[in-house]
Design a binder for this molecule. Structure first.
Ligand code: NAD
Ligand code: 44H
Length: 379
């Protein structure tokens, strides 16, 4: 049986990427640090992916097993040796931590086989596979780096499926019916059901990140401020729903200009995504969607990059500025990054966060607008 290795047996790992490989005839070895999930995968050897619809359709995912990357290094390296694909859905911040083990696995693999290995990071981050590749290469010797040529391939990708936080006692995963997985390559690679191949990922990842994730962030942060708990519940608030639409008009104007998208088609894409957010069966929490605000305020991420690009293109970014201001007010005590931001604001003020986290000049027009809106929202 064909083999694949997937790092991160969480929501997207089990509910999307691992499931697609299993349905394409692969045995999926999930690698994770969560001992409970790994044990369950090895005991139960299958799980259900349940659709968040009225009918609650389910698909059984078979041929799965698990390994712990902390205490099963030799087994993980063996799995990497035998795999056709190596994918991740672990969170962008974790990529540097798993890279040394992947590098050791690849180093051993290229001494025993010439078979091709395809590495794809499935994270909400522009160029995530490039970043993972850099960390892997930092852990390889010169000889291995040369050997990798023509044997190990790295493809960037965009991954889209809303998967909320799950009941931790079961391997089953509730997912929305919609999905899109876009992979950038010009190589002729082994088929995987549901994987869409493109030559240029930029319009796909930016369209996804700056529509789905920007829209999601607006709902999460404004919803949190209003004391809402889920995304669909927040969207019943007319004012917030309108704010989402206005913000997506701003990112849309940039995307249409930058990538020559058809305006009407893009408006349909926005509307389709707003409908996805309204799914009442997902029960997706504002704190999950708003998680890790330091990452989300990064210069290349869903809020800052479209604001910078809009400003450069002479387009409006006031609604994006409001979303950024709301992010600065996300004070969820259970979110480590939110707490760090709150401490920074307390000591140095909001402009300092934008300077250090988002790399925005304190005197920039975007910073001034965000700070103005921060003060308004705080009232
Ligand atoms: N959930 C979604 O709706 C969704 C959709 C598209 C993309 N994504 C992206 O997919 C990625 C994963 O998100 P998720 O929602 O599945 O998160 P998750 O928290 O459900 O899953 C992450 C998994 O990684 C594991 N992990 C953490 N640190 C690890 C380490 N050092 N070694 C091994 N395993 C480790 C965790 O135990 C967990 O099982 C993120 O980049 C996210 O942005 C998520
Ligand atoms: O995963 P994050 O933290 O980057 O973003 C939170 C959500 O917006 C995200 O997980 C979406 O549900 C997902 O990107 C939909 O494809």
């Amino acid at each position: 049986m064909k083999q694949t290795v997937h790092f991160g047996a969480g929501n997207i790992g089990r509910g999307f990427i691992g499931a697609l490989f299993s349905l394409s005839g692969y045995h999926v070895t999930f690698i994770d640090i969560a001992e409970q999930i790994i044990n369950k995968l090895n005991e139960e050897k299958s799980y259900q992916v349940k659709l968040a619809t009225k009918e609650k359709e389910t698909v059984t995912i078979k041929n799965v097993s698990g390994l712990n990357n902390i205490n099963q290094e030799s087994e993980v390296k063996e799995a990497i040796k035998n795999a056709t694909y190596l994918t991740t859905a672990i969170g962008p911040n974790i990529l540097p931590r798993i890279a040394p083990l992947i590098a050791r696995g690849i180093s051993e693999r290229v001494t025993v086989t010439d078979e091709k290995l395809y590495v794809i990071a499935c994270e909400n981050q522009i160029g995530a596979t490039d970043i993972l590749k850099k960390h892997i290469f930092d852990n390889l010797d010169e000889e291995t780096k040369e050997k990798i040529e023509g044997r190990v391939y790295f493809f960037n990708s965009a991954v889209d499926r809303i998967v909320p936080i799950q009941d931790q006692d079961s391997l089953d995963v509730l997912v929305e019916p919609y999905y899109e997985w876009v992979v950038e390559t010009i190589e002729d690679i082994p088929p995987v059901k549901g994987m869409k191949i493109v030559e240029d990922l930029a319009p796909f990842i930016e369209r996804k990140l700056f529509t789905v994730n920007t829209g999601h962030a607006v709902i999460a942060y404004l919803g949190y401020l209003e004391g809402k708990s889920t995304i669909d519940q927040t969207l019943t608030d007319e004012e917030i729903a309108n704010q989402v639409r206005e913000t997506l008009k701003e990112t849309g104007a940039y995307l249409v200009k930058e990538y020559g998208l058809d305006e009407e088609e893009h408006l349909n894409y926005i509307n389709k995504n707003i409908e996805r957010f309204k799914n009442p069966y997902l029960n997706d929490g504002v704190t999950r969607v708003g998680r890790a605000p330091i990452r989300k305020l990064g210069p290349e991420d869903r809020l800052i990059r479209p604001a910078i690009q809009a400003e450069k293109a002479g387009l409006s970014y006031t609604n994006l500025a409001k979303a950024i201001a709301a992010t600065l007010l996300f004070d969820n005590p259970e979110d480590e990054e939110a707490m760090k931001i709150q401490e920074m604001i307390k000591e140095h003020g909001p402009a300092y966060v934008l300077k250090t986290v988002s790399k925005l000049d304190e005197e920039s027009e975007i910073t001034k607008e965000v700070v103005r809106q921060y003060k308004e929202l705080k009232k």
